[in-house]
Design a protein around this ligand. Structure first.
Ligand code: FES
Length: 107
């Protein structure tokens, strides 16, 4: 669902852009966040938690909970609820943490 017209909020128009999610080409609207674009394409699972291996996705939608991490153009741990979608973005689900512990801690 998408609100096309609102009596108070600015209309961002209907400009469509293309992006890729896990290699699949999808469409979004200019001005949407990555999370909104994924939800509009019926993608609810944005990744899995590192420790408990549980599904993660949109939770607070305000940049506070870190449940909506995705990988964008190779950059890991991007908050999808506060980052705007851009033409040609390559988004991948977040499936774990980068190896920042130098092999001391095994997943
Ligand atoms: S959904 Fe909570 S930080 Fe994005």
């Amino acid at each position: 669902m998408y609100i096309d017209h609102h009596p108070i909020l600015e209309n961002h128009g209907n400009d469509q852009i293309s992006f890729f999610y896990d290699g699949t080409p999808l469409k979004a609207r200019q001005g949407q966040t990555i999370a909104a674009a994924l939800m509009m394409n019926n993608i609810r699972k944005f990744g899995i938690s590192r420790k408990l291996r549980q599904s993660r996705g949109l939770f607070c939608a305000s940049g506070r909970c870190c449940s909506c991490f995705v990988t964008v153009n190779g950059l890991e741990h991007v908050l999808s609820c506060t980052t705007l979608i851009e033409e040609g973005m390559e988004i991948k689900p977040n499936t774990g943490d980068p190896d920042v512990r130098g092999g001391i801690h095994e997943n």
